[in-house]
Design a protein around this ligand. Structure first.
Ligand SMILES: Nc1ncnc2c1ncn2[C@@H]1O[C@H](COP(=O)(O)OP(=O)(O)OP(=O)(O)O)[C@@H](O)[C@H]1O
Ligand SMILES: O=P(O)(O)OC[C@H]1O[C@H](OP(=O)(O)O)[C@H](O)[C@@H]1O
Length: 185
């Protein structure tokens, strides 16, 4: 049986990386795999364990068909390595850090994907992004504006996960909803 693609998305600063890190051990214990993203951002940058490449390297990899999914946002290019298809074919669930802007294209390639939208209100988001300090205040405002624009899309087929409270609470909710989804599959 084919594994399920779990597509975690949400505004910049909603806590996707934090949640992926915190939920990783318990989910791996259930056989779930995690994709390491390829991003045209320096490897030293704060945040997830992504592979940082130059725009030229990204183009080359894309041309070679190295990505199962790829998109551009916030002035960066993002790729999800093709190996997720091997994991899915082997029946393993795969969790990825996705983009709301790319959800429709991702659904076309993976019709069974489970979309989870991580949600936090805008004042909290702004504060978290400023505290994280990875982007300038101007870049943060652009990210918040992008979030507002994407807010209404594809709500009815998306599971909402609130991350306004403590991270551990969100981890427990994620594990619970993935259990439920497994039982419905
Ligand atoms: N539940 C939480 N409570 C308090 N702070 C949190 C919580 N979740 C995440 N944070 C903090 O918010 C900031 C943004 O989180 P994180 O980098 O995980 O977001 P992200 O959604 O991955 O953002 P981006 O898409 O821009 O990479 C981090 O500094 C993180 O420590
Ligand atoms: O705004 P949307 O389309 O949801 O997401 C755009 C991209 O921005 C964020 O990346 P990061 O903040 O650079 O890590 C997300 O992880 C996503 O890949």
């Amino acid at each position: 049986m084919q594994g399920r693609l779990i597509y975690l998305m949400g505004p910049s600063g909603s806590g996707k990386d934090s949640l992926l890190q915190a939920a990783r051990a318990p989910l791996e214990a259930h056989g779930c795999r995690f994709a390491r993203r390829v991003i045209t951002r320096s490897a030293e940058s704060v945040g997830e364990d992504a592979l940082g490449v130059t725009p030229d390297e990204f183009e080359r990899l894309q041309g070679e068909g190295a990505f199962a999914l790829s998109w551009r946002a916030n002035g960066l290019a993002y790729g999800i390595p093709r190996e997720i298809d091997d994991w899915l074919s082997a029946g393993q669930d795969v969790l990825i850090n996705g983009s709301r802007g790319h959800l429709e294209a991702a659904r076309q390639r993976y019709p069974q994907l489970l979309a989870i939208l991580l949600q936090v209100d805008e004042a909290v988001l702004r504060q978290r992004l400023l505290t994280r300090g990875r982007e300038t205040p101007e870049q943060i405002e652009l990210r918040l504006a992008r979030s507002r624009k994407l807010q209404q899309e594809d709500r009815e087929r998306t599971v909402i996960l609130d991350n306004s409270g403590p991270l551990q609470q969100t981890v427990s909710r994620l594990l619970h909803l993935l259990d439920e989804a497994r039982q419905c599959a």
